[in-house]
Design a protein around this ligand. Structure first.
Ligand code: ZN
Length: 95
């Protein structure tokens, strides 16, 4: 049996710094609340968006995303987790 590779963790502080550097608003667009939780808990990366070739064929792999939800109204927002972003916001803690 093969061992599952370690899952990268997101450093919430680094993500906040990155979002601030892009001028992203912290407030929920629905209710104005400012606290968000990661859908996958403990900030593990693990969500994907299904995608394909634009002609109805879906790729086996999904597009990696970081899904956050508002702690007040549960509105969900997704951030594309590109390799460049993951390199910037990955936790330095051992995986
Ligand atoms: Zn909200």
């Amino acid at each position: 049996m093969s061992k599952e590779p370690p899952k990268p963790k997101i450093d919430a502080r680094k993500l906040g710094v990155w979002l601030d550097s892009r001028g992203a608003k912290v407030e929920c667009p629905i209710c104005g609340h400012k606290k968000w939780s990661a859908l996958t808990g403990a900030n593990h990366v693990g969500n994907v968006l299904p995608y394909g070739n634009g002609e109805g064929q879906q790729y086996m792999d999904g597009f990696p995303i970081l899904t956050l939800f508002c702690q007040n109204c549960l509105f969900i927002k997704n951030i594309a987790l590109t390799e460049e972003l993951l390199a910037e916001v990955r936790s330095d803690e051992p995986e």
